[in-house]
Design a protein around this ligand. Sequence first.
Ligand SMILES: Cc1ncc(COP(=O)(O)O)c(C=O)c1O
Length: 370
Amino acid sequence: MKAQVPVYIKSIIPYPPGKPMDELEREYGVKNSIKLASNENAWGSSPMAIEAIRGALTDLHRYPDGSNYYLVQAIAEKTGFAADEVIIGNGSDEIIEFLVKAYVEKGDEVITSHPSFLMYQKVVQVRGGVNTILPLKGMGHDLEAILASITKRTRLIFLDNPNNPTATAIRPENFHTFLSAVPESVIVVLDEAYVDFMDPEMRVDVLSLIHNSQGRCGLVALRTFSKAYGLAGIRVGYGLMEAEVADALHRVRQPFNVNKLAQVAAIAALEDTEFYRKTLQGTSEGMAWLQSEVEKMGCTSYPSQTNFFLIDVNGDAAALYEAMLYKGVIIRSMKPYGYTNVIRITVGTKEENQRFIAALGDCLKELGYV
Ligand SMILES: Cc1ncc(COP(=O)(O)O)c(C=O)c1O
């Protein structure tokens, strides 16, 4: 008999990434497509990061620094955490994996919301853990239902804040109340992939919460260079946590998990305040313009604490997604998440946003949604 894949692995549905632009051009015969589907940075990457990558190209025959020394120092300085409280990952995705590997044994439970970022549930499945999946309340995490679902076997709770795909955030005071009610034996993971785009008063003070956790559950914050820093393609993210938790994660990571180019790029991106400022300003202006334009067309836009937002298009979202592909515009349909009439788009450059609005106007008419 051939080698068998365990049932809990066979039941995993691979993560559905946004459609790549060259795949669309190949399959649909369109040119000059734009992608507003994966919450990437429309302004490219930090020029300082690209320069740093060029500078490191002659040194690729050597292994990277397995301790990520300089990047850890730079993050510690930026965040106020100590170096032994910082973990670097091959994308923040990898730190999600470290957490599950380190804390979840077969049969242990992990709580997540639906819809939220899909990777949490997948890595739990790989480990043979049990996913406790709770529906959102309105468009946000249902913190009361999450508390009520904690059992003796609960190890981790993943909260993406803001939540992907709904772009909502938990009010900091509600998060504090929630955290103080979680048993000490559980770790709450606050995934802050979009923290840079949040209103400042909505941000959770993870530094003081992680540093003052006596008698309370553990807290881990996850951040990424993939969004505001424009480095999605090179894969680098980080986690902030108590040193004891970081020590556990170091035990399960590969010795050279973050490549040399990613390390130098991330350090340079942290210093590139001009690119960061341009990204935040462009996102905020683009969001305001897009939301007012879609409202003028008779669609409903949902508030956002991120670089993406949801739009109710008054008709089947999957059909609209398909029609937009023929116009060379890649978006996401939220139909697979149960929001039949809703699409998700990422804010693009001014030109991309204009293209999206023009294509949306045409498609809404073609499909008879307006
Ligand atoms: C909520 C959330 N967490 C994590 C990630 C993954 O980030 P990274 O590129 O750092 O792996 C994403 C990516 O879209 C996300 O939306």
